[in-house]
Structure formats: structure tokens, C-alpha cells
Ligand binder design. Structure first.
Ligand code: GDP
Length: 353
């Protein structure tokens, strides 16, 4: 059966422009919705389901109009993660958020991030962050949609923000992108939406989630189609020693299904190795760790998109960015060839950066 998988989102931007704070806020605001299935903590990623996005965004997102099940944010923000994490088609991330501090404007790594996004042809939006630092800005309520905050600001404060946004729009134009404040845009395919946010107060964060899911729904639907029972494909996020498990791989699964006992090929510096999945592990929530003393629990299978820990023998010389693929009924030799080029690509890119 085919379905629509969760898009994978990565955050980029100049140092100190708010990548980590934004991720924390997204996790925090979703966690605040203390209802079943608020967010799911994956290995190396955080999933915000459509229900929650719909809830935090008030009437901005009508969930019955969406097929995209939610958003999967990669927990490691930054350019290195973005360029070294590859999938078959290019970057592992389906969409990106470029953080720009509105009080600091474009900086060297902002330019660099745009070059990378252009190179990978990854659709992105801009989060114009730290609006709370604009002189005279008043935060009446946290975590509210942007328009509610904006309408309460004095005229000069509104103008100040608008000017800063136009500066960003001008810089994006120099880079070859048309853009505007997101609520003044109709077409996000040919234009970059700029979403004013404060990662600190949460103002505009509902809009950020809404624009991301809207973009995914409208323009990525065909790319996000996947065979739910198809052979799993993923990318190694990290190689880690775990007590009692030995060497394990933290993997972002971006396609298909992965099951315990599956035969897989894993990229290595020399030649992909064929091995068997001994266990698939997901992180336990805090309460369960306290009760059971164990950080992980086993699952039989996992479907894209997801972050999962893989225990398997023969993991020597596997590195971040390398591919892992369930063989299924596919031809091992041609799979190996495909994977070798991904390994080479990652090795070259990580040596460059
Ligand atoms: P990163 O390097 O891009 O991950 O940036 P961080 O998320 O670590 O943020 C850098 C600094 O800016 C930290 O001290 C944050 O608390 C602060 N910061 C981030 N977002 C905001 C914001 O929206 N408003 C304010 N006032 N400070 C922020």
C-alpha cells in the first residue's frame, strides 16, 4: 500500500541566530499540549504530528485538508549535518528552515546556508527570528500566531519589523529568490516565505509549523509518496557504543519499512557490508526510563520517516551519512554499487567541510 510519509525538516543558519532555541521551542510547545500523542521523541529527531500543529495553530491549519501526517525535525541543526546527511535523491531533509536573526541580518553562514540549499535544491522557508528583541516589542502572550502579536504592536514597531523583513527580502533577491512575509504570499513554490518568529517567546512558532506543513502538502506530495511495505532505506546519523548492545547506529529512515531480522546492506568506507538487524530500538520517555532503568525499548518494525537505533553485527568503519538499506527482493550487487557512490559523496563532502 502506498501512503504519504512525514517530511524530514532540517534547521540551518548563522551561529547564534536561534536554531537550537527554535527546536527546543517546537518540542516544548508540543509537549505543553499534554494529550496523547503530543510529540514522539525519535532517535535523533522529533516528530510533531498534524493534530498538534492544527491545535497550536488554532484555525490556521484545518487538519482534514492535509494528508501529510506531521513533521519530523532532525535534532542536529546546522550545515554540517545537512550536507553530510544524504538520501538517494540528495539531501536527507525534504524541507529546510533558514534562521535569520532580524536584529543581526544576513551573516556569512546565512549566505553559506543559501548556497547549500540552492546546491541541493531543497525548498526552504526563512524564520526571521528574535522579533521580541525589536525595540518596543511587546509580548502579551506566548506561543501565539504572529498576527495576534503583530496587531498589538505600536505603529513604529510594526514599521521597524517590516523594514527588517524587507532587508531580508532584498538579500534573498540578491541570491536569486523572490520572497515576502509569508502572509503576503500566495505561491510558496516560486517564492520563499519569511515567517517572523521569536524562538524565545514562541510568537510566530504556530505559523512556522503551519507554513512548513502547508509547503510539504502542496509541493512535496509526490516526493513524499512511499510504499508502506517497501524495503526500508535510511541514513546513518551517528555511530554509538551503547551499554549491553555494543556498537549501534542511529538511523533516519526515509523510505519504506524496516523490521528486526531484515537483511540489510550498510555502507562502509571500503565496501557495503551485508548484515542482519538484531534489534530496532526507540527511546523511552523519561518516566519509563525511571521505572525500567532502560533508555530504549525494542520494536519489531518501523516505517518512514522515523529516527531509530539499529543494533547489528559488523558495524566497523560505518560513519555518519552512510546509507543503510533493506535488501528485500532486490539485487544485492546493484544496490551495493548505488550505495558506494553515496559513501564516496559523503566522504568527499565531509573532507571539504
Ligand atoms: P544557534 O547557534 O543558531 O543554535 O543559536 P541558539 O539557539 O543557541 O541561540 C543563541 C542565543 O540567542 C541564545 O542565547 C538564545 O537564548 C538566544 N535566542 C535565540 N532565539 C531567541 C529569540 O527569539 N529571542 C531572544 N531574545 N533570544 C533568542
Amino acid at each position: 500500500m502506498s501512503g504519504i510519509r512525514t517530511p524530514i525538516v532540517c534547521l540551518l543558519g548563522h551561529v547564534d541566530h536561534g536554531k537550537t532555541t527554535t527546536l527546543d521551542k517546537i518540542r516544548g510547545s508540543a509537549v505543553a499540549e499534554r494529550e496523547a500523542g503530543a510529540i514522539t521523541q525519535h532517535i535523533g529527531a522529533t516528530e510533531v504530528p498534524l493534530d498538534i500543529i492544527s491545535k497550536v495553530s488554532g484555525d490556521l491549519v484545518k487538519k482534514d485538508k492535509f494528508k501529510v501526517p506531521g513533521l519530523l525535525f532532525i535534532d542536529t541543526p546546522g550545515h554540517h549535518a545537512f550536507t553530510s546527511l544524504r538520501s538517494r535523491g540528495g539531501s536527507l531533509a525534504d524541507i529546510a528552515v533558514l534562521l535569520v536573526d532580524v536584529t543581526d541580518g544576513f551573516q556569512p553562514q546565512t549566505h553559506e546556508a543559501i548556497d547549500i540549499l540552492q546546491d541541493f535544491q531543497t525548498p526552504f522557508i526563512v524564520a526571521a527570528n528574535k522579533i521580541d528583541k525589536i525595540p518596543g516589542w511587546k509580548t502579551n502572550k506566548k506561543d501565539v500566531p504572529f498576527r495576534l502579536s503583530y496587531k498589538n504592536q505600536e505603529k513604529r514597531v510594526k514599521e521597524d519589523l517590516d523594514n527588517r523583513i524587507y532587508e531580508i527580502v532584498g538579500k534573498l533577491h540578491d541570491k536569486g529568490f523572490n520572497s515576502d512575509r509569508y502572509d503576503r504570499l500566495k505561491n510558496f513554490k516560486d517564492n520563499v516565505g519569511v515567517v517572523p518568529v521569536s524562538a524565545k517567546t514562541g510568537e510566530g512558532i504556530p505559523d512556522l509549523l503551519m507554513v512548513l506543513i502547508g509547503l510539504a502538502q502542496r509541493y512535496l506530495e509526490t516526493e513524499l509518496e512511499f510504499e508502506e511495505e517497501g524495503p526500508g532505506e535510511g541514513t546513518v546519523l551517528e555511530v554509538k557504543e551503547e551499554k549491553g548492545l555494543g556498537k549501534t547506529l542511529d538511523v533516519i529512515l526515509y523510505d519504506g519499512l524496516m523490521k528486526t531480522g531484515d537483511s540489510v546492506l550498510i555502507g562502509r568506507a571500503d565496501e557495503p557490508v551485508e548484515t542482519k538487524i538484531r534489534a530496532l530500538l526507540k527511546p523511552n520517555p523519561m518516566e519509563e526510563i525511571r521505572e525500567s532503568g532502560s533508555e530504549f525499548s525494542k520494536v519489531d518494525e518501523v516505517r518512514a520517516a522515523a529516527g531509530i537505533k539499529v543494533a547489528a553485527p559488523d558495524l566497523g568503519s560505518v560513519r555518519a551519512g552512510f546509507p543503510i538499506r533493506v535488501i528485500g527482493d532486490r539485487d544485492t550487487d546493484s544496490l551495493k554499487e548505488e550505495m558506494k557512490s553515496q559513501v564516496e559523496d559523503v566522504v568527499i563532502r565531509t573532507e571539504e567541510s
